[in-house]
Write a protein that binds this ligand. Structure first.
Ligand code: NAP
Length: 635
């Protein structure tokens, strides 16, 4: 990258950029270890806003970086050098503000070097014959984040595919959700494909339109549209053993049926797209407009209206502050509160200088991603583990979890200093992370508005004029918003999938108990892969795109094995599937989501956590990066 011509841009960037991230880029460029030692005491965590570095040190980093970049530009040589393992580990530890183990070295090395789709895609050892590739056609169900990524990788590998999408546009959840305030709560510079950074995110946490545009652009850039059939909903898929192919039935928006045949079936349907309405008496009797957040009525004008919203999860947390300033009255019906964390970047725009640094300073983005990876994912893992000797299991799980609790509680108390009466309603009575942590979207400030009521009396019924609570009070409303989540436990619902020997996926799983090996494959279902499948969700933070990238990588390794060996089908062995799920369950048994006193949608009615992963991201990365032929049966 040539940074020499734009001195004003560089100047601006060096001022605006995070000094810890600049320091890491500098060490990566020069191998000068001493910077780490000097800066270490001032880096207390991975977040860019936790900066304690003294000005003279910041200035010295900027000055040295300026020299190095000028020298790189003059020499025309590629920037940077490969850090040895010890240096990489040291850099990661400085970035994280705590010791990072060797486990992360390989993953980080890949991130620093393989930053294009080509470099991250499948390498054939023996290129299959064109006829074999043609015969390997893949049907992908869904053109959201996962389906698009699977398409990109298949295209790179030369395997034909078609993506069937029920909606009339790509983008999945980011297309469907249009409710006011809709956006992401994983930072964008992390929540993006690893090889497709967007240096121009307007905010650290973008809103829906910008996210949807990102996926739209990706579909164009990687020429995926010719493979996508919009308005085409898959109804069922049956595996035909005679020729080892999937027979897929889909329906067009006009009801016309389409039959397809494919060697491989990939589900990329997502998990958060079948709205769940609450089971409340009188639901249909309400006289005004009533809709779910994911089916927001575009025509609905909330200004001057009395709106009742049921649910205070991630969606409700965005809708509430999004409409409160303009409604006449907002009545929020809360069944249980969420833990909410403050993040100073949540509403911040990305300064021009920072964008310049992300785009132009070598390794800046990659190290920034690692900081976010740590701060929003693996660095939180300790906080999720139950310490059996912890004396206050009802309020926290362990010492780190307790620290997080105090941090969040302090924030809530500060925000509600003028309204202490609200504290008993909003401070959860279960440990942090029991439900998904929310980032404070000015929620507590919103609760203090004179036109907002937080109602915690249980709902008894919905009546034509509003909502009646158990105390007999009727809350009159002009409109009802259901921020009540999704039907998650019926994974892949309503698609009917039948594998080998007539094995039906739903029956095989039993009620609400989806399982898979690596979240991807199920015995008896040859050549079938699920992206964002069972136990691959992330509830403590993390980045769902990362999980999809891992899943697709493993799927591609399976396909390589299948095609190079000339077999017609591949499926995981039952004992591998069983062993893996036993491990998942054993890990979950010691984690927050099964802890007494927590309620969440990650568990099925039998108490088994089926939706989210117990692994650190690095562990999932490692497991999915390998292919072990002993785990699969090929025919
Ligand atoms: P959710 O987290 O499942 O929240 C549903 C809310 O509705 C909860 O407060 C729940 O209360 C309440 N509820 C459900 N049934 C009820 C009933 N019968 N009576 C009263 N209250 C009821 O759903 P969501 O907010 O749509 O979020 C779902 C997931 O989508 C999130 O966990 C997240 O993964 C994702 N999401 C992410 C973002 C983002 O910013 N990235 C934004 C939106 C959604 P209880 O807690 O008591 O069950």
């Amino acid at each position: 990258m040539n940074t020499s011509g734009d001195t004003a841009g560089l100047q601006d960037a060096l001022e605006a950029a995070d000094p810890a991230t600049l320091l890491l880029a500098l060490v990566q460029l020069t191998g000068e270890r001493h910077w780490l030692e000097t800066a270490k005491p001032f880096i207390r965590g991975p977040m860019s806003y936790q900066e304690f570095m003294p000005q003279p040190l910041r200035a010295a980093i900027r000055e040295r970086l300026r020299e190095v970049l000028a020298e790189t530009a003059r020499s025309g040589k590629p920037a940077g050098r490969e850090a040895d393992d010890a240096l990489l580990r040291e850099m990661m530890s400085v970035a994280a503000g705590e010791p990072v183990s060797d486990q992360y070295i390989a993953m980080m090395r890949e991130d620093l070097t393989d930053d294009t789709l080509k470099s991250r895609s499948l390498k054939w050892r023996k290129l299959p014959e064109p006829a074999a590739l043609r015969d390997a056609e893949v049907v992908i169900i869904g053109a959201g984040m996962s389906g698009l990524y699977a398409g990109m990788q298949l295209r790179e590998a030369g395997i034909p595919f078609v993506i069937l999408e029920k909606n009339d546009a790509v983008g999945g959840t980011w297309y469907e959700n249009i409710y006011p305030g809709c956006g992401v709560d994983t930072p964008n510079h992390f929540y993006s494909y690893a090889f497709e950074p967007n240096h121009d995110w307007s905010h650290f946490f973008a809103k829906r339109d910008e996210l949807w545009n990102y996926f739209e652009k990706v579909a164009d850039k990687y020429d995926l549209r010719q493979h996508i059939r919009l308005g085409t909903e898959v109804v069922d898929a049956r595996y035909d053993e005679r020729d080892a192919r999937w027979r897929v039935t889909a329906q067009g928006a006009d009801g016309t049926e389409r039959k397809l045949s494919a060697r491989v079936l990939v589900s990329a349907v997502g998990v958060l797209n079948r709205p769940k309405l609450p089971d409340i008496a009188g639901l249909a009797s309400f006289a005004g407009p009533a809709f779910h957040t994911a089916q927001w009525d575009r025509e609905f004008d909330w200004r001057g209206k009395r709106v009742a919203m049921i649910g205070t999860g991630a969606s409700g947390h965005q809708v509430g502050p999004g409409i409160a300033p303009e409604v006449e009255r907002l009545m929020i019906f809360q069944r249980s509160p969420h833990w909410v964390v403050a993040n100073p970047n949540y509403h911040e725009g990305v300064a021009a200088g920072k964008k310049w640094a992300l785009a132009n300073i070598p390794f800046y983005l990659r190290w920034y991603r690692f900081q976010l990876f740590w701060g929003f994912a693996d660095g939180l893992h300790t906080a999720l583990q139950v310490d059996p000797d912890w004396p206050h299991p009802q309020r926290s799980l362990n010492a780190v979890n307790e620290k997080h609790r105090r941090f969040m509680e302090r924030h809530i108390r500060t925000e509600l200093a003028e309204r202490p009466d609200l504290l008993p309603k909003v401070i959860p009575d279960y440990p942090p992370y029991g439900k998904r942590i929310l980032i404070d979207n000015h929620w507590f400030r919103m609760l203090t508005r004179p036109n907002v009521d937080l109602v915690t009396d249980p709902i008894e019924a919905i009546v034509p004029e509003g909502i009646r609570t158990a105390d007999g009070r009727v809350w009159p409303a002009d409109a009802l918003v259901f921020a009540t989540g999704f039907k998650v436990s019926k994974m892949l619902h309503p698609i009917d999938i039948t594998g080998r020997d007539g094995r039906n996926l739903r029956e095989f799983w039993g009620a609400d108990d989806a399982k898979a090996y690596l979240g991807l494959t199920v015995p008896g279902f040859p050549n079938f892969f699920m992206l964002t499948g069972p136990n691959t969700g992330l509830a403590h933070g993390g980045n769902q795109i990362f999980m999809t990238e891992c899943g697709v990588r493993h799927m591609m390794l399976c396909l390589r094995e299948l095609l190079e060996s000339g077999h017609r089908s591949i499926e995981c062995r039952p004992e591998v599937y069983e062993r893996y799920n036993r491990e998942v369950d054993a890990l979950h048994a010691r984690m927050v989501w099964t802890h007494k006193g927590t309620t969440n949608w990650y568990r099925n009615p039998h108490g088994r956590v089926f939706a989210i992963t117990p692994w650190r991201l690095v562990e999932y990365w490692k497991m999915t990066s390998n292919f072990d032929e002993a785990e699969y049966e090929m025919r």
